[in-house]
Design a protein around this ligand. Structure first.
Ligand code: ZN
Length: 202
């Protein structure tokens, strides 16, 4: 464990962006290869789901996470069908639905955040979905993207992310699939409710 004075306070933003770019590029490659065979796959709690075909991205009840672990930071990006968070995928039409949208953003950007990892402190949280903005053009399906950045005392030793608060806040989320990029390799992990911990590596 590093001494307190070694704990970095500034998140190396560009390095984090690069990590995500790398992860995305690798996903693209895998799509081209149409194969997951080269990817280390960690399965959880006997409750794992089979890897999704890359095309089946929008499935109600299923959300995706991209987790990037660096020496001193943890980045988590969420891509969720709005249905999994709200039960509808369009601009709110009533006061009750507007309140639901507000509550969704409040839960995603809450402090403490709905995701937790030991030794990690939230640096920033963002959440956005074009379709819930007033006057937004309606679409058949719509997603929400959110992102959390953490500064961590020893991110390299992280092997798990606790998403229990997220699962509690959004009961329509039935399963979670995550791609994890770490210095020691990449992992694809998954869980189904009622499990609340994504675990990777050894
Ligand atoms: Zn949908």
């Amino acid at each position: 464990m590093p001494a307190a004075s070694d704990v970095p306070v500034a998140v190396p933003f560009l390095r984090q962006v690069d990590t995500f770019r790398l992860l995305r590029a690798q996903r693209q490659n895998r799509r081209v290869m149409n194969s997951w065979s080269a990817v280390p796959v960690a399965l959880l709690l006997g409750a794992a789901v089979a890897p999704l075909p890359a095309q089946a991205q929008h499935r109600h009840g299923a959300v995706r996470l991209e987790i990037a672990v660096e020496a001193a930071s943890l980045d988590v990006a969420l891509d969720a069908p709005l249905d999994a968070l709200l039960g509808f995928e369009r601009a709110p039409r009533t006061a009750a639905e507007r309140a639901q949208v507000d509550a969704m953003f409040a839960a995603l950007k809450a402090v403490p955040p709905p995701l937790a990892a030991p030794g990690c402190t939230l640096q920033s949280a963002e959440a956005a979905s074009d379709v819930v903005k007033p006057g937004a053009k309606a679409a058949e399906h719509a997603d929400l993207q959110a992102r959390w950045r953490f500064a961590c005392r020893d991110a390299a030793s992280l092997r798990a992310l606790d998403i229990g608060v997220l699962m509690k806040a959004f009961p329509r989320i039935a399963q979670v699939e995550a791609d994890v990029a770490t210095a020691s390799g990449q992992f694809r992990v998954a869980l189904k409710r009622p499990a609340t911990e994504l675990r990777w590596g050894r």
